[in-house]
Ligand binder design. Structure first.
Ligand code: ADP
Length: 366
């Protein structure tokens, strides 16, 4: 069956047409509505997608939606009620959910007879137990304002954990895997038997690991201090932590390739950024080994995870007492398994494929 996967962002539409696991077409329309952009609006962008691919025999459209709140724990066939719920969740993802809603609305109009399915970045983490999602704040406030951990990158963590189990010949239903999605955004996840039991992103994708432009974890007092003592307005603090934090904030470059090159040249800011980035990963790996009571595998994925052997080596250095070691020759070659033969914990590199995972979830849901 053919599935069209749409990832509608605020100024872009990414699409991929599948037949089973095979990709028939894919593309990206960018700078929607911008001066000199390809198309004036999302409707025109999706119209162009629909007319450029062969939709004969299309079984469904799968929409990537960033925030499903506490409402959605899996892929969901889109109805008016589902749209209303995603709208209600906009305050939790003010940049992302409105774009997805536009994509859904236009696609439903253009393809009224084709089922449309929403796949949420947060859904996979709905299996995390209450003590892994609650923040220790006033319970009434938390309840009233939907304040809790949701976690993101769920489709990637789910896909990569299952691929890891297959790679190692383990049953996905009882494998314990720590997945490290290190792209522009980055997050860690502890997966026990195919279920997420802990993840590093929180109420928003700002928490956890150091990222390209996001700070990751920090003491909330930093925000009060920047507001009260430094006099910065809240919006500016938010921008500072989300767009000018992480590698960008520490070095002025958000790309790990540039940071690594500068570090190799002896640049102190790049050295600190690299060390901080890797140490944060190590802290989460240690924490998740504890949460899981030991792991079968630790898997790196996404742009940095798949392509940066130095990050993989530094993040897991010194963990041999916990059964975690890397074979440097395998690591440099970029083998799928980079731990030594018979290691207690396998260390793997598995390319992620969020669109394929969405297509498969949509197919399973129909
Ligand atoms: P996204 O999160 O946008 O999907 P990716 O998963 O493609 O992003 O990751 C993008 C990041 O991967 C880049 O910003 C870059 O820092 C990093 N990256 C890509 N190739 C390499 C490489 N060879 N070495 C180090 N980092 C890399």
């Amino acid at each position: 069956m053919k599935i069209l996967v749409l990832n509608t962002g605020s100024s872009s539409v990414k699409y991929r047409l599948f037949d089973g696991v095979e990709t028939l077409a894919k593309g990206l329309i960018e700078r929607i509505g911008e001066q000199g952009g390809e198309v004036p609006d999302h409707a025109a962008a999706l119209q162009r997608v629909m007319s450029s691919v062969d939709l004969e025999g299309l079984g469904a459209v799968g929409h990537r939606v960033v925030h499903g709140g506490a409402e959605f724990a899996g892929p969901t066939v889109i109805t008016d009620e589902v749209v209303a719920t995603i709208e209600r969740l906009v305050p939790l993802a003010p940049l992302h959910n409105p774009a997805a809603l536009t994509g859904i609305s236009v696609a439903r109009k253009l393809l009224p007879d084709v089922p449309q399915v929403a796949v949420f970045d947060t859904a996979f983490h709905q299996t995390i137990p209450p003590e892994g999602v609650a923040y220790a704040i006033d319970a009434d406030l938390a309840d009233r304002w939907q304040i809790r951990r949701y976690g993101f990158h769920g489709t990637s963590h789910a896909y990569v954990a299952r691929q890891t189990a297959e790679l190692l010949g383990l049953s996905p239903d009882d494998a314990k895997v720590i997945t490290l999605h290190l792209g522009n955004g980055a997050s860690a996840c502890a997966v026990d038997g195919g279920r997420s039991v802990a993840t590093s992103m929180g109420m928003s994708p700002l928490a956890g690991l150091v990222m390209g432009t996001r700070s990751g974890d920090l003491d909330p007092t930093v925000i009060f201090h920047l507001h009260r003592v430094a006099g910065l307005p809240v919006d500016e603090i938010e921008r500072s932590l989300t767009r000018y934090g992480g590698l960008q904030g520490l070095t002025g470059d958000n790309d790990m390739r540039t940071v690594q090159r500068r570090r190799d040249e002896g640049d102190p800011a790049a050295t600190l950024a690299f060390d901080l980035y890797c140490r944060r990963i190590k802290e989460y790996v240690g924490s998740y080994l504890a949460v899981l009571g030991g792991a079968d595998a630790i898997t790196f994925t996404a742009g940095v995870g798949e392509n940066a052997p130095a990050v993989r080596a530094a993040s897991l250095a010194g963990l041999s007492a916990l059964g975690v070691t890397i074979d440097e020759a395998r690591n440099q070659r970029g083998d799928r398994i980079i731990s030594p033969e018979n290691a207690r914990v396998a260390v793997c590199v598995v390319p992620t494929d969020e669109e394929l995972e969405i297509a498969q979830q949509v197919t399973a849901e129909l």
